[in-house]
Design a protein around this ligand. Structure first.
Ligand SMILES: [Zn+2]
Length: 672
């Protein structure tokens, strides 16, 4: 832009950012919005327009930059300036009392004040602010060293990108979680598709935060509660846990409201009992409470042993068990043709959720546990793991219970089923099976793939029924008239869906690849493949051996990919997509001018790298346009130093080759 910004533009931008931040805080942190969505959108629109016209005024903490980060090829590691501890567990009142007495003895006091908080089932995260601006965020990792997930954490709306009135360094620790409703929806989908459901909300939170592409993370409804601090410089921290939490809330962080000051261990017990009863009313999962010594000076005195603090403990809830009746066993057809048995239960409430379905995995699982239709079964929900059938209650059988057999034919298309020897899964071999076709289409249109809004199961059923769609390739050939002819569509709505589908022709390669629904190729694997090969043609052409040499792609995945693309059905789909004008767009990590970061640079390495293997290192260099030499020579530009470097250093000094640490290498790679 050739425009010269005037001070008034900059001023307006700052006012807008402040106003939007304020509304974000009210909406996402305090849950009490003061403007309508439309009013909010107007402010955001104005800011985006100004930043588009004055791109040099864009800063990383602008509210427009939440989902701006480019996909990464790996997560650089971060050393925590203060270790991130994990908590020891107590499961009974006796264990709690023993801990309390130990604490008192160590402090040489008779009693000590405690603060109780809820134990959120999520993923611990550390967020660092420099001069009040979000600098980086990292996972716990092994406690000393975690992974840099800044781009992903920024997509969480309740995480402030900048802090008001804070000019120094502060690192906060919190728990990233996913609300129960979103968890249940995701899992029901997975059970039907024959995928293993996520065991708990923590797994989803972790999986979502470890996406290499922040735009995928942004589609997951993640949230955060901040509960503590790490490194702090230049700020006066209140002297007890409760005041510290309030202090963080004033700074703009989201703090859980259910906190209690306890003067005795009896009060702790009451808090524990109360939340064991009331936990189901919460929107998020908790699996116990966390009890901390209130005084921060006491916390420092007590310190930690190993990776566990002496001044805090998790007081867990016991597992919940209920009995219900197994009404029937249903069969879902997955998109790869797997027939997935699931339990249809007499609806029952366990852990606050009404349960009417549970996975039965496969026929071996059912036979091993001798589960029969009509049985009374014991369901367990431990912590916040999803309920599972522990066993059938044999002594309650009446004789009318029926043993279950996998059907000989597919419940959707009636084709005879097959069971490959050595596999536990029974499959429908018919690629045109309506059960599989609809699952494939739903998957292709889902959020992590092409994200076609308004193309749900019901509409897809109609399209299949009308013989308009047989596979995902057909979607792009649908005309407005064809859509309009479907039951329930008008001219306006059919035009809208048509445009939506057409706009997805430019979906990035890795999302299309994921959307094809290749067995064992999840979002992460699809991304790795797209980064490695750079085009759909190259992936289709790759031999099993080539696939196998890609870091993080094992033989099982390679075989599955190769088999998929050798199939004539897949070839048809790819051709259809190509002819329809689907671009398979590949975004590499190219810098602004279209040049790769290490374009033409030659690298050598010495010593042991700590965050990656040699192969992974070489891969990163090549993908960024560089070359690798086994020895240091005249054309070598950089020598990367690992631990215990060898004689290459001397050669590098002689030739004046630049020596950089592994950290510096990673920083260069991310364009810092
Ligand atoms: Zn079938």
């Amino acid at each position: 832009m050739g425009l010269v910004e005037t001070p008034s533009v900059e001023k307006r931008i700052n006012i807008l950012r402040e106003e939007i931040n304020q509304h974000n805080h009210l909406y996402y942190v305090l849950d009490s919005p003061s403007v309508s969505d439309d009013e909010y959108d107007l402010l955001m629109r104005e800011l985006i327009d100004l930043e588009t016209n004055y791109p040099n005024l864009i800063v990383s903490h602008s509210p427009t930059q939440r989902v701006g980060a480019q996909p990464a090829s790996h997560f650089p590691s971060v050393i925590h300036s203060e270790p991130m501890l994990s908590l020891a567990n107590a499961f009974s009142r006796q264990e709690m009392t023993a801990w309390y007495e130990r604490v008192c003895r160590s402090l040489e006091v008779d009693h000590v004040a405690l603060v109780c908080e809820l134990k959120i089932d999520g993923l611990a995260i550390s967020i660092n602010y420099q001069q009040g601006i979000l600098s980086f965020a990292a996972t716990r990792g092994n406690g000393r060293q975690g992974e840099d997930v800044t781009g992903n954490v920024k997509t969480i709306r309740s995480v402030p990108l900048s802090l008001k009135g804070v000019s120094d360094v502060i690192e906060v620790r919190g728990e990233v979680y996913i609300p129960k409703t979103a968890f249940n929806e995701l899992n029901e989908q997975r059970v039907k598709e024959g995928e293993i459901p996520y065991a708990n909300t923590r797994n989803i939170a972790a999986g979502s935060l470890r996406q290499l592409d922040p735009s995928v993370t942004a589609t997951r409804p993640l949230n955060i509660f901040v509960y503590g601090i790490g490194e702090v410089a230049g700020l006066t921290v209140p002297d007890n846990q409760l005041d510290m939490l309030r202090w963080l809330a004033v700074m703009g962080f989201k703090i859980n409201e259910h906190i209690q000051w306890c003067n005795t261990i009896e009060e702790v017990e009451l808090f524990h009992q109360r939340w064991e009863q009331q936990k189901n009313e919460l929107e998020y999962n908790i699996d116990g409470i966390v009890v901390k010594v209130a005084d921060l000076n006491h916390q420092r005195t007590l310190g930690f042993v190993g990776r566990e603090p002496r001044w805090a403990i998790a007081y867990k809830f016991p597992a919940e068990r209920v009995i219900t009746k197994l009404l029937n066993i249903g069969i879902g057809v997955g998109r790869t043709g797997s027939l997935n048995p699931y339990a249809i239960l007499e609806p029952i409430t366990v852990g606050g959720a009404k349960i009417s379905m549970a996975t039965l995995h496969n026929i071996d699982y059912i036979q091993e546990k001798d589960i029969r239709i009509g049985d009374w079964v014991l369901l367990e929900r431990s912590g916040d793991v999803i309920p599972k059938i522990i066993k059938s209650l044999e002594d309650r059988r009446l004789g009318s219970e029926k043993k279950f057999e996998m059907p000989d034919s597919c419940p959707e298309c009636s084709q005879p089923t097959v069971r490959i020897s050595g596999e536990v899964v029974v499959r429908c071999p018919n690629p045109m099976c309506s059960g599989q076709v609809i699952r494939k289409l739903i998957h292709f249109a889902s959020k992590g793939a092409t994200d076609i809004q308004g193309l749900g199961e019901k509409i897809l059923e109609k399209l299949i029924e009308a013989n308009l769609v047989e596979d995902v390739g057909d979607l792009f050939y649908l005309t407005v008239d064809q859509i309009e002819a479907l039951d329930g569509f008008q001219q306006k709505s059919s035009m809208k869906l048509y445009k939506e589908i057409q706009s997805k022709k430019d979906t990035p390669l890795h999302k299309i690849l994921y959307g094809l629904g290749i067995m064992h190729v999840g979002e992460e694997t699809a991304f790795i493949l797209s980064e490695h090969f750079g085009s759909m043609d190259a992936i289709v052409a790759a031999s099993e051996l080539e696939l196998n040499t890609v870091p993080m792609i094992g033989p099982k995945i390679s075989t599955s990919i190769k088999e998929f693309f050798l199939d004539s059905e897949a070839k048809t789909v790819i051709t259809k997509l190509q002819n329809a004008g689907v671009t398979f767009r590949y975004q590499s990590q190219r810098s602004g001018g279209g040049k790769l970061i290490f374009d033409g640079d030659d690298f050598a390495v010495t010593g042991t790298l700590s965050t990656m293997t040699r192969l992974e290192f070489e891969d990163l260099v090549r993908k960024a346009g560089g070359t690798i030499s086994k020895t240091v020579g005249r054309k070598t530009k950089y020598l990367v130093l690992g631990e215990d470097p060898g004689s290459k250093i001397i050669k590098a000094q002689e030739l004046g080759v630049l020596q950089i640490s592994e950290e510096e290498f990673l920083a260069k790679l991310s364009g810092i």
